[in-house]
Ligand binder design. Structure first.
Ligand code: FAD
Length: 466
């Protein structure tokens, strides 16, 4: 009987344990992707990006003599129906670690087993599954450095090669058409803008990774913070959808052994840390990880003028606006800029980190539930191993340090430039008309002065402590 391979955030062929296991036995494999409520609720940019990924992945499967069957509905019901249609005897998938996926997958597993269907889940999204990394006393790590130390030299299983041709079932079940799902519908910013900056799919991911290891890894440790340079791996969007395997990246970098490759592995370990935290303390996604932060006088009102100015990248603080514009146009933002825009929102503007986290979840093509939540809570000070609240990034000194010749600022801020570049102008093409923005407007005054915002944030923090 055929095996249904239920794909979710693992849109690749190489180093895919569930796929390898399914292909090995020689049974027909039926690859399926289900648009369920959870997937349907994705933010505009990640949902659009998912559509791009599915299109590439379906083509890659066709090259293997297979297909990607698309179905919409509640996973459990869709799978049951497919089993009836195809006579499949098993469903395999790669594990996810967020609370909603865990709840859904456990229910699916039980229902399938009750029906006498084999239900098997596999590793694949992480280098180390959350329960395999423990402190000496048995709990999970709440601080990054000792966690990194404990996994840094650990031996890992070798990555798996791509399977050969996949056996097709005698007849293929029907599939929805990807276009009918309209996964890009909420991208009212004109997806073409982001599209110009995005190369989806496993082949592009491999190419980017090869480029990074050959050309950039050596300088990664010294240049990764320079916001205007293409000096980082750029793999986050691929890792988010599983178009490349984290284990494979880890293994190649470990073999390389150079300083840059080691620093890269340390960053991958931050992703692992985020997943460990989400798995063990899922409240990190929705509330202060440090409960003593509950009641902090954050402004939670989305409609506040300051929040709108921040979202529209018109705070009047150039590095903050540049980062936010980069995200709106490309679907990505440099890590250093992410920290600075997040610090400005949570400290200078005293807005709740959740507002920022949700805006990122709508705008990022590399959106990842665990890394996004950890990143925001880290900057806000409410998270594990977080920057202390009194560490308020100063966007001006950060710009002098990490963008000394203002390349990044000029790339993204058109106002006031005699001859702004195409990227700076593309922001104004991308934003909805209702935002009423023009590159000819004078550049705004800061919505909150740097000194005044910093002092207000520190005063609120002091007051809570006393
Ligand atoms: P590289 O520097 O090449 O790093 C390699 C890989 O390591 C990345 O692809 C990523 O998977 C991982 N990594 C690097 N830094 C971090 C980090 N701080 N936390 C977790 N993993 C990391 N990353 C996301 O993938 N999705 C998000 O939604 C996301 N939201 C963030 C929100 C905030 C407020 C902050 C401060 C950071 C966020 N990050 C997020 C982490 C980080 O900014 C991005 O992973 C990184 O910028 C991606 O670029 P890169 O692939 O070139 O990274």
């Amino acid at each position: 009987a055929p095996i249904i391979l239920w794909f979710r955030r693992d849109l690749r062929l190489a180093d895919h344990p569930a796929l390898t296991a399914a292909a090995q036995g020689g049974r027909p494999v039926i690859p399926v992707f289900i648009l369920d409520d959870e997937t349907d609720a994705l933010g505009a940019a990640p949902k659009w990006r998912l559509g791009q990924g599915l299109e590439r992945f379906a083509a890659a499967l066709e090259n293997k003599g297979s297909r990607l069957i698309l179905r919409r509905g509640k996973a459990q019901e869709v799978l049951r129906k497919l089993i009836r249609e195809t006579g499949a005897g098993a469903v395999y998938w790669s594990r996810l670690y967020d609370p909603d996926s865990i709840a859904r997958d456990s229910a699916v597993k039980k229902a399938l087993e009750d029906d006498g269907i084999e239900a098997r889940s596999f590793a694949g999204h992480l280098v180390f599954e959350p329960w395999t990394v423990e402190t000496e006393s048995g709990g999970h790590y709440k601080v990054f450095s000792p966690m990194w130390k404990s996994v840094r030299n650990r031996e890992i299983d070798a990555p798996l090669p791509e399977p050969g041709r996949l056996n097709a079932p005698e007849s293929w079940p029907g599939s929805d058409a990807l276009e009918d799902w309209k996964l890009g519908a909420a991208m009212n910013r004109g997806a073409a803008v982001v599209q110009d900056h995005c190369r989806p799919g496993e082949a592009a991911a491999q190419e980017r990774f090869d480029w990074f290891m050959e050309e950039a890894a050596e300088r990664y440790a010294s240049r990764r913070d320079m916001v205007a340079q293409d000096a980082t791996s750029g793999l986050s969007e691929y890792l988010s959808l599983g178009e490349i395997s984290a284990r494979r990246c880890w293994a190649v970098a470990q073999r390389d052994g150079g300083k840059g490759a080691e620093t890269f592995r340390k960053e991958l370990a931050w992703r692992e840390f985020a997943y460990q935290l989400m798995y063990h303390t899922p409240r990190i996604l929705s509330g202060n990880w440090r409960e003593e932060w509950d009641g902090f006088p954050w402004n939670e009102d989305e409609r506040f003028r300051e929040v709108q100015r921040w979202k529209h990248a018109r705070t009047g603080v150039r590095l903050v606006d540049a980062g936010l514009r980069e995200m709106y146009v490309t679907g990505r933002m440099h890590n250093r800029a992410r920290m600075i825009v997040a610090s400005y929102l949570t400290k200078h503007l005293m807005c709740h980190w959740k507002i920022g986290m949700e805006w990122f979840a709508d705008c990022l093509i590399d959106w990842d539930p665990a890394s996004n939540a950890m990143g925001w809570q880290w900057v806000a000070g409410s998270g594990p191993d977080a920057a202390p609240y009194f560490r308020v990034f100063n966007p001006e000194t950060q710009a002098q340090k990490f963008d000394p010749d203002e390349t990044y600022l000029k790339r993204w801020i058109a106002e006031g430039q005699v001859d702004p570049g195409a990227e700076a102008l593309s922001y104004f093409d991308a934003v909805p008309r209702s935002w009423n923005l023009s590159p000819d407007d004078p550049y705004s005054e800061p919505v909150v002065g740097l000194k005044e915002g910093r002092e207000a944030a520190l005063a609120a923090y002091q007051q809570r402590r006393s």
